[in-house]
Write a protein that binds this ligand. Sequence first.
Ligand code: FAS
Ligand code: PHB
Length: 390
Amino acid sequence: MRTQVAIIGSGPSGLLLGQLLTEAGIDNVILDRVGKDYILGRVRAGVLEEGTVWLMDKAKSGARLHAEGLPHDGFSLAFDGRDHRIDLHGLTGGKRVMIYGQTELTRDLMAHREQSGGLTIYDAANVCPHEFEGAAPYITYEKEGIAHRIDCDFIAGCDGFHGVSRKSVPAKAIRCFEKIYPFGWLGLLADAPPVNHELIYANHPRGFALCSMRSMTRSRYYIQCPLDEKVENWSDDRFWDELRRRLPAHHAEALLTAPSFEKSIAPLRSFVTEPMRFGRLFLVGDAAHIVPPTGAKGLNLAASDVHYLFSGLAEHYQDHSNAGLDAYSAHALARVWKAVRFSWWMTTMIHRFPDTGDFDQKIQEAELDYLTHSRAASTALAENYVGLPF
Ligand code: FAS
Ligand code: PHB
């Protein structure tokens, strides 16, 4: 088989890139090592920046997002028993975020890809990129025990943090930067109305908590937990009790609960790969970088990577110029590092670190006090949260 762009990974990065390429008439094939249902069973992001929404529209896959997504003009920081609203819309000249689950965004992209006849090969085993430093890269994989090869012009490594693409790059050609946080997030999904009409990020002596949602009837909650915590130690009742203890009283009293249908623990890390391009192999999204979910940047960074790479590929095929492809890594990393910084800063500001001394705790309290009483400080938070320009 031959294609113009071979995409490894059928998550948001691979699917969004595939749809944009298909809309531009550029042939592409997506391979994933698991099946559709497994991918749709993963519960992840919930907040979309305007740039991500714009790309979904450009990929002709935004209809349900606009019909069912929840536009949010602000969120609250909760500490010392009180809420402090960050007016995103007012502080950023009218920008907002869209609440729409990554699962639904992935479902929409998969559906549109099937309607437009795009080829996705699921359950592809031992996917491996070859000869990407040369002019004739190719991919090998196995399906039902039969070996296959796909020749292509370019390979997009959209295969996430644990994928094969980054690991296929010679160690001497790549630099990785990493920070592991000493805690994780225990997340829960339940069909109960959210406790608040907007998100609440809570800083409490017992630990961080986040009140989010997927709709006005489906809530998504998180509580900070130790790295060695086990999800089986957390009954729903224990989770609800702990969440109430970390929220201001008026929210704790208003909390509506229901049986959870998803509960999982995600570790928190910051990770960046430099560069993001190796000959004709381009790393995209989580394959190249990971941020703690605090700033809701992971999925949105994948979208900006896709924007830069798609623009470069379209320019290559339509204008016979490689300027965009040559600029991809530097262009993407400039935005990635600013989002990594913001996610680190927000994580540091609202989590309780096990080894925090009295001085560091006073600094955290001063940071929150300054942030919620300074228009300049809250504007800086707001412009990063809604998403810096592509
Ligand atoms: P993905 O990991 O989503 O997709 C990669 C795809 O590649 C997968 O389908 C995988 O099966 C496939 N793949 C992997 N290895 C392969 C191989 N060798 N061969 C073929 N296919 C292969 N972001 C937020 O903004 N907010 C959140 O709350 C949030 N929570 C998260 C919780 C968890 C547990 C994780 C892991 C991430 C979370 N993220 C969150 C970040 C997440 O949303 C990512 O940013 C987003 O999934 C990135 O999309 P992709 O780059 O497509 O990678
Ligand atoms: C979510 O709804 O899953 C979510 C929202 C905001 C975040 C992280 C996760 O910062």
